[in-house]
Write a protein that binds this ligand. Structure first.
Ligand SMILES: Nc1nc2c(ncn2[C@@H]2O[C@H](COP(=O)(O)OP(=O)(O)OP(=O)(O)O)[C@@H](O)[C@H]2O)c(=O)[nH]1
Length: 974
């Protein structure tokens, strides 16, 4: 029998969180579904995943909520205020439904892989909103003060830390569970020093002690134990010194730090030289005994001097007034205040003597400083089409977080050209950027040095003193520098593509679609490694223009080696990027930087280029060609300059293209699924028609029981009649004729009535009543199965009111059943009377006119026992009476037949009533199922219509984008 299994919901529709591991209800008997849903759902889901995921990613159906709204990464690059205003946004975790996951995996124990999105790294980084209010809770408090914790979260606490380090596992686990229940998804729950407990309760992460296990180990332990989650676990570390802060922030990979030493120690912790390298948020634990006034001062001071949040106990939170919370943690005034700490970049910090810059860059440099009319027009045309695309993408796939990429890219249309520098760690990305800018703005090093994305933007004020870096809540840095090239070109330094931390891999992946041009830095000592090939394939999916830089040219011993390497790279890049046009610049960034730095004090700007060219080190670095190429991008009169405009305009179109294609496929799948759903519902409804057959088959045993009951009564009555109407009973018959009812036949009549008919009728009535109940309950059960099936499979389509409107009372009116009424016209007394009359009829019809005086029938019959002998004897006794008596057996037979017929008639009536009941019940059920299915059918139809509309909108906006693309291509041709 097919089961009414829960279908896995498509990714673009929100699902209810929570699990339902109850077994699926049985299916109505004739539910004929076109395919078992578990298989179908799995196919659907993996299709949509593989469609969304790059080809290198393996998509598996492990979760129904693959694409969640607005992760930190997706909003990186959005205006700051929009990041901060999203503060109270509830965090979505992927609630993997146990049953749907099981269904999706075919019910077997198939190995689950992390779900993927458009980014091959696949995982999402949780957002940490700053300034953050962190609550630390002890085990006792957690077990007893759930309400206070919930209240604190409602007031603005974003992170709750359970201090479970000292506790035994059992209590720590119970406390963590209690906190999890109190906090829900409204804040992050982190467990201090207990990765096992954090994993067991599905907490958001852990806080490690200063000397605890490495962050990467903790993170991977948590990821292993919660392999369904698409979020990277948060790992924080408590620190006591700036040195440990520095190590925690660099290669270690912690997400934020907690300073546990109290307010007074803040400056001490952050006074060391290492503090300048702390690139992740730092939260300070505040002493609870502060009065309100001092709290107010303290929080302000902490934020001004670089803290990103404060940590308080439950008691401490109570001292914090709503005003302070509102002022420092919730309300963000984006006009005149920088709520994040602003870090100076490495060099600038030294130069400015740790002075924090609290004014924010307000004036951005336009992307195209010399925009011609046509470009302006194109931008004006493009923006509304992009916003239309965003609307329709959000409509078609509300959970597709990647829509934010498009929003971001569209908002950057008027901003500077975005050159994103990618490459494996240590390939020389930072050195290349420094060489291009002519100053050591970025750190370089042999160990991975770039943990975060750094966006280099132009600072309008031409003074080095205000060069600085701002850290955004999700870790991205924006550095404002005065390098002229940044006026029209923003540079992005990314973490290496082969870093061990998934978080950084993802950071880089997310920047690829936004890039207007990608500079792929390869290292001469290992050109085109496996991971570089993988990353290039990913880049190719976004159809980005890539320029290769073969760095560390100085490592080659001769030109043959260089030629061999360039040929190798070009040949492979051609294949990988599917283009003939591969641009590759072999350079030595380090030499170039050294040369530039050696002339940095040369004030003769005018002849700077000539001076450099005269230096053989500069010439051998070959940096000039690359620099010239990039600068030509900034010159609108050159081919590269024109291409720059095209690339810039095409960046959001490329993203839109890809997202729209994904949406088209999703919507198509949704559409096909909706059609399938509608067909399945209709199949179920028509399957109800077969219910009559099934119920008839099931009614057979009832019918047989009742028939055999009647049959038994009949045969007993007939036996009685036959034994009464024997000539051997002729005395009795005569007596009966003479004395009427008082004779011996009255005995037979009462026997028929009391011993045969009445009990048989009672039994039959009981049986029919039971049958009627059975019929009703069978109907109700069947109806319920249908309801459950509709509810189970298509619950998400209809509202509760709509689905609950079917009335089941119609199905249970067993009092109305015809089979019960079938016995109504049949009374035992009346039947016995008829029985008696039949005997009388036989007797009078046979002997009434005979008048045989002197014949001793009893004498004859005492010796003659059979009917034949009776007749013979009578014939012998009276030739005159022979004729009359010879009719006796015939009359007796007729009487018996009459009784038999009456019984058969009763049996037929009962069977007929049963049949009518069956067909009535079946049609009631069909009617019921039809009515119950209506809301679902209508909802499916609505969805089909809606999806058709969305398909139309998607196609319309795609067409507009195609036209726009042609216009952009023709921009400089006409
Ligand atoms: N020989 C040689 N070494 C170079 C050159 N460019 C950079 N390096 C060295 O390569 C190492 C890594 O340079 P970085 O610029 O930090 O490399 P990166 O790609 O930014 O590294 P991550 O930020 O960790 O991804 C440093 O020791 C540089 O001095 C070069 O042209 N020649």
């Amino acid at each position: 029998m097919r089961r009414c299994s829960t279908p896995s919901r498509p990714p673009s529709y929100p699902t209810k969180s929570g699990t339902n591991s109850a077994p699926p209800p049985p299916t109505p008997h004739f539910a004929s579904l076109s395919a078992p849903l578990s298989t179908r759902a799995r196919a659907l889901l993996s299709l949509s995943l593989s469609m969304l995921a790059p080809s290198t990613a393996t998509a598996t159906a492990t979760t129904t909520c693959l694409l969640l709204r607005r992760p930190a990464a997706a909003i990186r690059g959005l205006p700051l205020h929009s990041l901060l205003l999203s503060r109270r946004r509830p965090r979505h975790r992927c609630a993997v439904d146990a049953s749907s996951a099981a269904a999706a995996s075919g019910g077997g124990g198939a190995a689950k892989e992390p779900p993927r999105t458009l980014f091959p790294g696949g995982f999402k980084r949780p957002e940490i909103q700053v300034p953050a209010l962190v609550l630390r809770v002890g085990v006792d408090e957690a077990l007893g003060s759930g309400d206070s914790v919930a209240a604190a979260v409602a007031r603005g606490v974003g992170i709750v830390v359970l201090e479970a380090g000292e506790e035994g596992g059992g209590r720590a686990y119970e406390a963590a569970r209690a906190l999890k229940a109190a906090v829900g998804d409204r804040a992050y729950l982190l467990i201090a020093e207990r990765v096992d407990v954090a994993s067991a309760v599905g907490a958001s992460g852990v806080v490690l002690a200063d000397d605890g296990i490495p962050a990467i180990v903790a993170r991977s332990m948590m990821m292993k134990s919660n392999s369904d989650s698409i979020y990277l676990p948060l790992v924080a570390r408590t620190i006591r010194s700036s040195d440990s802060a520095r190590s925690a922030t660099s290669s270690e990979g912690a997400d934020f730090l907690i300073v546990n030493t109290g307010t007074a120690d803040f400056s001490r912790v952050f006074s060391g030289a290492g503090a300048q390298h702390v690139k992740i948020p730092v939260f300070f634990t505040l002493n609870d005994l502060q009065s309100e006034g001092s709290f107010s001062d303290t929080t302000s001071k902490l934020f001004q001097s670089g803290a990103s949040g404060i940590v308080l106990s439950l008691a401490g939170i109570q001292h914090l007034t709503d005003n302070i919370i509102e002022r420092d943690f919730l309300k963000v005034d984006t006009t005149d205040r920088v709520p994040q700490v602003t870090y100076s970049s490495a060099n600038a910090l030294e130069e400015t003597n740790n002075v924090m810059v609290l004014t924010r860059e307000k004036t951005k440099v336009a992307g195209f400083t010399k925009l011609d009319e046509k470009v302006m027009q194109l931008i004006a045309t493009e923006k509304p089409i992009l916003s239309e695309a965003v609307d329709v993408i959000r409509k078609a796939a509300p959970m597709m977080e990647e829509a934010e990429l498009l929003v971001d890219a569209a908002s950057r249309l008027s901003e500077p050209f975005l050159l994103v520098i990618v490459g494996e760690f240590n390939s020389g990305k930072s050195t290349f950027i420094n060489a291009l800018l002519g100053r050591k703005y970025l750190q370089e090093g042999v160990v991975p040095t770039t943990n975060e994305i750094t966006l280099l933007s132009y600072s309008e004020v031409d003074s080095e003193s205000i060069e600085r870096c701002e850290r955004h809540p999700d870790g991205q840095f924006t550095c404002y520098l005065s390098a002229p090239i940044l006026k029209e070109m923003n540079l992005v330094d990314t973490p290496g593509t082969n870093v061990i931390l998934q978080r950084q891999q993802r950071l880089t992946e997310e920047y690829v679609p936004r890039a207007d041009l990608i500079l792929f830095v390869l290292s001469s000592d290992r050109p085109l490694t496996e991971s570089e090939v993988g990353f290039l394939q990913y880049v190719q999916q976004w159809k980005k223009k890539v320029v290769f830089v073969l760095n560390k040219l100085d490592l080659y011993r001769n030109s043959d080696e260089l030629e061999e390497a360039t040929a190798f790279i070009k040949e492979n890049a051609r294949k990988l990027l599917n283009t003939e046009d591969v641009t590759l610049f072999p350079v030595s960034s380090r030499s170039a930087l050294e040369v530039k730095l050696s002339y940095s004090n040369n004030n003769d700007r005018e002849h700077h280029g000539e001076v450099l060219l005269s230096d053989p080190r500069w010439r051998s670095s070959k940096f000039y060609d690359l620099e010239h190429y990039l600068l030509s991008f900034l010159d609108g009169s050159t081919d590269n300059g024109k291409e720059r405009v095209r690339l810039k305009l095409e960046t959001p179109i490329g993203i839109a293209d890809r997202l729209l294609t994904s949406c088209q496929r999703l919507v198509k799948l949704e559409y096909e699924k909706a059609i399938d759903d509608l067909t399945s519902i209709r199949d179920l409804v028509s399957g109800a028609n077969s219910y009559a057959l099934k119920i008839e088959a099931d009614s057979n045993s009832w019918q047989k029981q009742i028939s055999s009951l009647i049959e038994r009564a009949k045969s007993r009555a007939i036996t009685l009649m036959e034994s009464t109407l024997q000539l051997s009973n002729i005395d009795l018959i005569f007596t009966y004729m003479l004395t009427g009812e008082k004779g011996p036949s009255a005995k037979a009549t009462s026997f028929v009535q009391n011993d045969i008919l009445s009990p048989a009728l009672d039994d039959a009535a009981d049986l029919l009543s039971e049958y009627s109940k059975w019929l009703s309950s069978s109907n109700t059960r069947e109806a319920n199965l249908y309801l459950e099936c509709f509810h189970e499979r298509w619950n998400s389509l209809v509202s509760q009111e709509e689905s609950g409107s079917s009335d089941r009372t119609e199905l249970v009116n067993e009092g109305e059943k015809l089979s019960i009424k079938a016995l109504d016209g049949f009374s035992a007394t009346a039947a016995a009377k008829v029985f008696e009359e039949e005997i009388r009829e036989v007797a009078t019809g046979t002997f009434g006119g005979l008048g045989v005086a002197g014949l001793s029938a009893s004498l004859l019959t005492s010796v003659l026992t059979t009917t034949l002998e009776d007749l013979l004897a009578l014939a012998l006794c009276s030739a005159g009476g022979f004729l009359a008596i010879s009719n006796f057996p015939g009359r007796r037979k007729l009487a018996v037949e009459k009784v038999s017929k009456a019984a058969d008639e009763l049996s037929r009536k009962v069977n007929e009533a049963i049949q009518k009941d069956i067909s009535q019940s079946a049609s009631q059920l069909v009617q019921f199922v039809d009515t119950a299915s209506k809301p679902y059918q209508e909802a499916c139809q609505r969805k089909i219509d809606w999806l058709q509309g969305v398909q139309g909108e998607l196609s319309a906006v795609e067409r507009k984008l195609q036209t726009l693309k042609i216009d952009i291509q023709n921009l400089h041709g006409s």
